[in-house]
Design a protein around this ligand. Structure first.
Ligand SMILES: Cc1cc2nc3c(=O)[nH]c(=O)nc-3n(C[C@H](O)[C@H](O)[C@H](O)COP(=O)(O)O)c2cc1C
Length: 312
């Protein structure tokens, strides 16, 4: 999730869920081809399995970016066909590409030539007035014909003009049925569903119809939800307590600080760790007040635990 997630966030989330597949925020192909590729592509080994999400519509650039990403060892390369922001549309990529399946298919083919790992697509169920199943089916059909076998579908349309990206994540209604229909009509494709999933019960329900569930905001705001999902789906997997997760972050935080990373850029992802638990507010407040200080180190996390009135 752009502006929210990064490699530090994924390191933290991996501690909570050993088996979830983690996705990067969208990185544009242009940034990799013409910018500091190392900065955009490096990640921690612990993040595996991890997918890189690319934004772009120029097959040559998408292919070059894929080739670079492959050198870094990503487990999947995902094409963004879901982002509605103006900035993204002016570059002609993101959700507006749903109207141009041929362009996405060209990108897909060019990318697949550069990598052995799966190239996948994240898309919406429609855009603007193209709010019907046939449109979605046509898009998926074109990509499947090009060889794409996995789709992650955000179960609401994107309105390309008039709504902010944030509104585009809540105003258009969710339509899970349309995604279920896709799985019925393309049983051999892997179809993952995304959008509005906040509880174990919901995830259980959607998984009766599709192959996977992608969790965005709930995983960020209430990261321990990932641990609960892990416990639910892999009962044999040892899931750490919240305090254990903090303890296991400490050596990472120390190492990163030694490399010049600011404490705040890591702890900002941890603010919601105790959400809904006693002491959550004290945890959040202590970190917010102390993590940005120049000399701040991992002791801030230890002190934040001690600042909580009750053991959580
Ligand atoms: C701050 C923010 C940034 C996002 N950035 C991306 C992105 O880079 N790529 C992407 O495919 N989706 C992005 N999304 C959309 C989410 O991946 C997801 O599709 C959407 O939030 C709906 O799922 P949720 O209800 O589980 O959050 C972003 C969402 C948020 C809140």
């Amino acid at each position: 999730m752009m502006d929210w997630t990064d490699r530090h966030c994924r390191y933290f989330m991996r501690l909570l869920s050993p088996s979830a597949r983690l996705y990067t925020e969208m990185v544009t192909a242009a940034a990799i081809v013409h910018g500091d590729a190392e900065r955009f592509l490096r990640f921690n080994e612990e993040e595996h399995p991890v997918a890189l999400q690319l934004g772009g519509s120029e097959p040559d650039w998408m292919a070059q970016a894929t080739a670079r990403a492959s050198e870094f060892g990503y487990d999947e390369i995902n094409i963004n066909v879901g982002c509605p922001s103006d900035r993204v549309q002016s570059g002609r990529f993101g959700a507006c590409l749903m109207a141009h399946p041929d362009v996405v298919a060209d990108c897909f083919r060019a990318m697949r030539r550069e990598t052995d790992v799966p190239v996948t697509v994240k898309t919406r169920i429609g855009i603007d007035d193209k709010d019907n199943y046939d449109f979605l089916q046509g898009f998926v059909d074109a990509l499947a014909a090009a060889g794409c076998q996995k789709f992650i579908v955000h179960a609401r349309i994107a309105i390309l003009e008039g709504l902010s990206p944030k509104e585009n994540r809540s105003v258009p209604p969710l339509n899970y049925e349309r995604v279920y229909q896709l799985k019925q009509d393309f049983p051999d494709l892997t179809i993952d569903i995304n959008g509005g999933l906040t509880s174990l019960e919901q995830v259980d329900t959607v998984l009766q119809h599709v192959d996977g569930a992608m969790i965005g905001r709930q995983a960020y705001h209430q990261p321990y939800f990932l641990a609960e999902l892990e416990r639910h789906f892999n009962p044999d997997q040892a899931v750490p307590s919240r305090q254990d997760v903090v303890d296991r972050m400490l050596p990472y935080v120390d190492r990163m600080i030694a490399e010049g990373v600011s404490l705040n850029s890591m702890t900002r992802h941890m603010l919601g760790l105790f959400a809904g638990r006693p002491g959550a507010r004290a945890w959040r407040r202590y970190i917010s007040e102390h993590a940005h200080r120049e000399e701040a180190g991992s002791e801030v996390l230890v002190n934040a635990l001690n600042a909580m009135p009750l053991a959580a």
